[in-house]
Design a protein around this ligand. Structure first.
Ligand SMILES: [Zn+2]
Ligand SMILES: [Zn+2]
Length: 343
C-alpha cells in the first residue's frame, strides 16, 4: 500500500503531458472536529491517489484545507467520494478561474496541528461564532456602503498585485500580524462600522471573523468562498466585478488574472508589472515582482550577487552553500533591501 507521493515533479509533468487530459484546479476547506487526523489522512491519500488527484492538503483536529488538481474526467467521482464523508457532503468546491494542468505536480496530504497557520490560541474564543457570509452581489452592496471598512485579510505580497477597489491592504507578512493591526486601526469603530473582510478562498476569514466578534466587533461580514468564488459569480451570474488586478494563488500558476489592470510595479525598475517570480538563485528563492525587461537583464535574479551565483554550475552552487548560514533568505516573501522599488 503506497501512502506517500513517490514521483518527482518532472516525472509527473511528463505523465500529465502523456495523458493529454484536462485537469481542474479546485480547493475547499471545512472546519470540523476530526478525531483521528492520521487515519483520515491515509484514507484520503489512498482514494485520491486512485483518482489521480494532485495537490496539497492539510488535515488537523480542527478540519481540512485542500488545494488540488483532478482530471476533469474524475471530477464527479471525487465529488461522490467527498459527499460520502458526512462533514464534506455538498461542500462548495472552489474551481480556479484559469486552468493549468500542472498547477500541482505531487499529491501531498499532511497532518498538521492546524489547517491554517493562524497563530491563534483557539481555546480563548469561540471559533464557531463566525461573521455573516455574503454572496458576490451582497458583498458589492456592502462595499459601496460608506459605513463599511473593507479589509483584505491576505499578506502584502498577495494584495499587492490585486485587491478590491477601496480595500484596506495591511502591509503584513503573516495573518496573525494583520489581526492585531486591523483591530488597532478600527478600535473606535467596533460597534458602528461594518467590518467587511475577504481572502483568497474564504478560509482565513472564517477564523478572523470569529476572532473579531470575540474582540467586540458587532457587524462582521465575510466574502463567502473568497475571491475565487466571487470571480465565478461575476462570470456565471453577471455580477458587477469590483476586484482589480490578479488573484494570488498558492500553486504553480502563482496568480489568476481577474482584470487587465496592473496595480503593482516591478520591484527592480518601478515600471508597471504584476509578474511574481522567485529569484533563480536557489539559495535565495526570494519572491518578488519583476517585469519582462528586468527578468531578461537579471536572468530572473533579485540582485547582481544572485545573478553571479545562479550562473555557476550546480556543483559550484552546492559547494558555496555548504556550511554557510545563508539559508535565511530562502522562501522569504517579497521583502529585501535589494528591491529598490518595493514599497
Ligand atoms: Zn523592471
Ligand atoms: Zn536572490
Amino acid at each position: 500500500m503506497q501512502l506517500y507521493n513517490k514521483l518527482s515533479a518532472i516525472e509527473r509533468a511528463a505523465l500529465i503531458d502523456e495523458a493529454g487530459k484536462d485537469r481542474l484546479t479546485i480547493s475547499f476547506y471545512q472546519y470540523h472536529q476530526i478525531e483521528n487526523p492520521q487515519i483520515f489522512r491515509d484514507k484520503l491519500f489512498l482514494e485520491w491517489d486512485q483518482l489521480d488527484v494532485l495537490g496539497r492538503t492539510y488535515v488537523a483536529n480542527e478540519g481540512i484545507n485542500a488545494q488540488m488538481s483532478v482530471p476533469a474526467d474524475n471530477f464527479l467521482q471525487l465529488k461522490e467520494q467527498l459527499d460520502a464523508i458526512s462533514f464534506l457532503k455538498d461542500i462548495r468546491l472552489n474551481v480556479a478561474v484559469e486552468q493549468d494542468n500542472k498547477s500541482f505536480l505531487k499529491l501531498k496530504v499532511k497532518v498538521r496541528n492546524k489547517i491554517v497557520a493562524d497563530g491563534l490560541n483557539d481555546n480563548t474564543f469561540d471559533v464557531t461564532d463566525i461573521g455573516v457570509h455574503l454572496s458576490a452581489e451582497k458583498f458589492n452592496d456592502m462595499l459601496a456602503d460608506p459605513n463599511t471598512v473593507c479589509v483584505d485579510m491576505r499578506n502584502h505580497y498577495e494584495s499587492e498585485i490585486g485587491h478590491f477597489d477601496g480595500a484596506v491592504t495591511p502591509d503584513v507578512d503573516t495573518f496573525r500580524d494583520s489581526l492585531d493591526i486591523i483591530e488597532e486601526d478600527l478600535k473606535d469603530n467596533k460597534e458602528d462600522k461594518n467590518l467587511l473582510m475577504y481572502c483568497t478562498g474564504g478560509i482565513r476569514c472564517e477564523k478572523a471573523s470569529a476572532y473579531y466578534k470575540h474582540k467586540g466587533f458587532k457587524n462582521v461580514f465575510q466574502l463567502e468562498g473568497g475571491i475565487i468564488e466571487y470571480t465565478r459569480q461575476v462570470k456565471d451570474e453577471g455580477v458587477e466585478n469590483k476586484f482589480i488586478g490578479k488573484n494570488f494563488v498558492f500553486d504553480h500558476r502563482r496568480a489568476e488574472r481577474i482584470t487587465d489592470d496592473v496595480v503593482s510595479n516591478c520591484h527592480q525598475c518601478g515600471e508597471p508589472s504584476d509578474e511574481h517570480v522567485n529569484c533563480d538563485n536557489q539559495a535565495c528563492h526570494l519572491l518578488f515582482i519583476q517585469c519582462t525587461a528586468c527578468s531578461e537583464k537579471m536572468n530572473t535574479c533579485c540582485s547582481e550577487d544572485c545573478k553571479e551565483v545562479a550562473a555557476l554550475s550546480f556543483e559550484e552552487q552546492k559547494e558555496l552553500r555548504k556550511g554557510k548560514g545563508n539559508s535565511n533568505k530562502i522562501f522569504k516573501k517579497g521583502r529585501s533591501d535589494v528591491l529598490t522599488f518595493k514599497k
